[in-house]
Design a protein around this ligand. Structure first.
Ligand code: ADP
Ligand code: MG
Length: 346
C-alpha cells in the first residue's frame, strides 16, 4: 500500500523544484509577505521554506499530510471554480511519502508555535511519546522542512541531475514567482552560505520585479500590454453571456532592441506557473522577422481565465495546461504583442 502511495507521490513530486513549487504556492495562498527558502544539496538533503502567512491551526495538524486534506474547498461549487493554486490537498501528503516532512507553525491566536512530523501521510512521534504536535518557539507563520527527498524511492533519486542543476531549477521557480508576486519578498539560499543567491525586496510592480531579478537591461526594454475583461454587459440577463468567456491578460514583452539567444517565457494562468507549448510557439513566432534570425525576446504573460474554463481534469502538476477557447486566447495575445511591437517601431 505504501509502495503504491510512494509511486503515486513520485508522479506528483518529480524533483526538488516540483516540491518547492507546491510549498511556495501554499505559502502564497496563506497570504505571506515574506518567504525564505533554504536548500541543502540541491534540495535532496533539505528543502526548507519559512513564511509569515496565516499559519495552521493546531487542531488541523494531525490530518495535515493526509491525502485530500485541504482548507481550500468547502463545497462542490468551489471545486468547480478553483480560485486558489492548490485544489486537491495532495501536495503535503505526497511530500510526506517521499521525504521526512516536518512543520512548525503558529497562527496569530496561538500562544506558542507547534511542531509536527509526518511519515507516509501520518503524524508520527520521534521520541516514543504519543504522536501529537509538540509546543515550541516560533514566529507567526509556517516553516516546512522536507528532508532526504526520495530516500525511499531510489528510482526517482537516480533520475535527478547534479545538485547544482537541481538548485538552479529551484532558483528558476522562485525567481518566476518573485516576478509574479512583486509585493512579497523572497530569498533563496544554500544552507550555510552567508548570502542568498536570490533576494528580492518587495517591489511595487511586476516590471520592477523583473528589473530586480532578470536585470535592468530587460526591464528597460519592456512593453506593457493589457487585454482587459470584456465590458460588463449592462443587461446581462437578456444576453447570452456564456458566448463571451471572461478572461484577461497582463503582458510584458521586450521591444526589438532587446535580443537574447534563448526565449525566456514566464507564463502564469490564474497565478499558477504553467507550461504551454502552444503559447510558447505562438509568442515566439510574433518576433520572427522583427528580431534577427536566432534571436529571442523575454516575455511575461499572466492570464486570468474563468476557472470553469481551465481543464481541472489535467492534474495540477502536469506541466502542460489546457483551457477552453485556447485558440482564440492565444491568437488575441499574439495579436496584442504584435500590435505593441509595430507601434513601437513607428
Ligand atoms: P492544497 O494546497 O491543495 O489545499 P496541500 O497539501 O498543498 O493542499 O496543503 C494542505 C493544506 O495545508 C492547505 O489547504 C492549507 O490549509 C495547509 N497549508 C499548507 N501549507 C501552508 C502554509 N504554508 N501556511 C498555511 N497553511 C498551509
Ligand atoms: Mg497546495
Amino acid at each position: 500500500d505504501s509502495v503504491i502511495n510512494r509511486i503515486a507521490a513520485g508522479e506528483i513530486i518529480q524533483r526538488p523544484s516540483s516540491a518547492l513549487k507546491e510549498l511556495l504556492e501554499n505559502s502564497l495562498d496563506a497570504g505571506s509577505t515574506s518567504i525564505k527558502i533554504t536548500v541543502k544539496d540541491g534540495g535532496m538533503k533539505l528543502l526548507q521554506i519559512q513564511d509569515n502567512g496565516c499559519g495552521i491551526r493546531k487542531e488541523d495538524l494531525p490530518v495535515l499530510a493526509q491525502r485530500f486534506t485541504t482548507s481550500k474547498i468547502s463545497s462542490f461549487e468551489d471545486l468547480q471554480s478553483l480560485q486558489t493554486y492548490g485544489f486537491r490537498g495532495e501536495a503535503l501528503a505526497s511530500i510526506s511519502y517521499v521525504s521526512n516532512l516536518s512543520v512548525i507553525t503558529k497562527t496569530k491566536a496561538d500562544e506558542c508555535a507547534w511542531k509536527a512530523t509526518y511519515e507516509d501521510g501520518v503524524l508520527i512521534s520521534k521520541d516514543g511519546s504519543p504522536a501529537a504536535p509538540k509546543p515550541c518557539a516560533g514566529n507567526d507563520g509556517t516553516t516546512i522542512m522536507a528532508e532526504n527527498l526520495f530516500y525511499n524511492t531510489p528510482a526517482r533519486l537516480s533520475a535527478l541531475r547534479s545538485s547544482s542543476e537541481e538548485y538552479s531549477r529551484i532558483l528558476d521557480v522562485v525567481t518566476k514567482y518573485a516576478v509574479h508576486n512583486p509585493r512579497v519578498s523572497f530569498s533563496c539560499k544554500k544552507a550555510g552560505s552567508p548570502t542568498p543567491e536570490l533576494s528580492t525586496p518587495s517591489a511595487s510592480s511586476v516590471k520592477d520585479a523583473i528589473g530586480i531579478t532578470y536585470g535592468q537591461t530587460i526591464a528597460k526594454a519592456l512593453l506593457h500590454v493589457q487585454i482587459p475583461l470584456p465590458e460588463e454587459a449592462p443587461h446581462a440577463e437578456s444576453m447570452d453571456v456564456d458566448e463571451e468567456k471572461r478572461w484577461s491578460a497582463d503582458i510584458y514583452c521586450t521591444n526589438p532592441n532587446y535580443q537574447a539567444k534563448k526565449l525566456v517565457l514566464l507564463l502564469f494562468i490564474n497565478h499558477r506557473l504553467v507550461e504551454s507549448t502552444r503559447i510558447r510557439k505562438a509568442v515566439e513566432a510574433v518576433y520572427v522577422g522583427i528580431l534577427p534570425k536566432g534571436m529571442s525576446p523575454f516575455i511575461y504573460v499572466s492570464l486570468q481565465i474563468d476557472p470553469h474554463a481551465v481543464d481541472v481534469n489535467v492534474h495540477p502538476t502536469k506541466r502542460e495546461v489546457h483551457f477552453l477557447d485556447e485558440e482564440i486566447i492565444i491568437q488575441r495575445v499574439s495579436d496584442a504583442i504584435h500590435d505593441a511591437l509595430i507601434d513601437e517601431n513607428e
